[in-house]
Ligand binder design. Structure first.
Ligand SMILES: Nc1ncnc2c1ncn2[C@@H]1O[C@H](COP(=O)(O)OP(=O)(O)OP(=O)(O)O)[C@@H](O)[C@H]1O
Ligand SMILES: [Mg+2]
Length: 247
């Protein structure tokens, strides 16, 4: 098993709130690791610490064995980590195609190295990602005009176009109906088969059970358990925490 990304002892406080306390995680290539836990457990903060969107108080992270802590978000992206945001963060007034094109050059899309042929190559990549995400019919529409599920799939098209080998996905399937969820699962199955290491934050346990090879259960900033999905979800202590009737 090849570990694509791993972090050790991540910690971060906000004033008096210790949002993340000593989190260690390993993301194997070709596997989906679901990061599960109640609201406020620290899941999004863990992503922000890995991607350089937030500075860690303590801890380290490596990508294919190379340290990435302290890098800027665009440097982490360029190193091969693609992420989606809980609030999507699309370029609302740009077209679907331009939103996806922007993701093909994580170093800064307004400076385009390589001239016209590089530009054509990036356009072909963007179009392939748009097609894979099922958005060809709305490629010229503005992000702001898309339906809810289409915005979620646009966020996935940006991930696909980045050609990263680690994906950090923050609730990418929330609010999707059953058929959209199945389409979404198809995208993840395909990426997993290509060897992408996927970390999926997800509250819907049907989606988790359909996709996850492993679960890391986070509560109050700490990983309480990590392992095979059936075993984690059968644990009555974790279920009580997850469903809100902890003692
Ligand atoms: N930038 C910030 N400033 C202050 N507090 C923050 C910040 N980011 C997160 N927190 C706090 O850290 C804790 C963990 O938040 P986080 O967003 O990581 O949780 P989460 O597990 O992603 O929750 P959810 O499932 O609701 O998305 C919360 O108490 C939150 O209020
Ligand atoms: Mg969150």
């Amino acid at each position: 098993m090849t570990i694509a990304l791993s972090c050790q002892g991540l910690a971060r406080s906000f004033g008096g709130v210790q949002a993340v306390k000593g989190v260690s995680l390993s993301l194997p290539a070709g596997q989906v690791t679901a990061l599960v836990g109640p609201n406020g457990a620290g899941k999004t903060t863990v992503f922000n610490l890995i991607t350089g969107n937030l500075r860690a108080d303590e801890g380290s992270a490596t990508l294919h064995g190379k340290p990435i802590m302290g890098l800027k978000p665009w440097q982490v992206a360029r190193a091969g980590v693609a992420r989606s945001f809980q609030d999507l963060r699309l370029f609302q007034h740009m077209s679907v195609r331009d939103n996806v094109l922007a993701a093909t050059e994580p170093a800064g899309w307004f400076w385009q190295p390589g001239g016209a042929s590089a530009r054509r190559e990036r356009e072909a990549k963007a179009d392939a990602a748009i097609q894979a995400a099922g958005l060809s019919a709305v490629a010229d529409a503005r992000a702001v005009d898309l339906a809810y599920a289409e915005r979620k799939f646009l966020s996935m098209a940006r991930i696909l176009a980045a050609e990263a080998n680690v994906w950090l996905l923050d609730e990418p399937a929330s609010g999707l109906d059953l058929s959209s969820r199945e389409r979404f699962q198809g995208l993840l199955h395909h990426a997993r088969a290509q060897g992408v290491a996927i970390c999926l934050i997800e509250h819907n346990l049907d989606v988790v059970m359909a996709l996850a090879d492993r679960i890391a259960f986070l509560d109050r900033g700490q990983v309480l358990a990590e392992g095979e999905p059936q075993a984690i979800m059968r644990d009555p202590k974790l279920a009580a925490i997850y469903f809100g009737d902890r003692q």
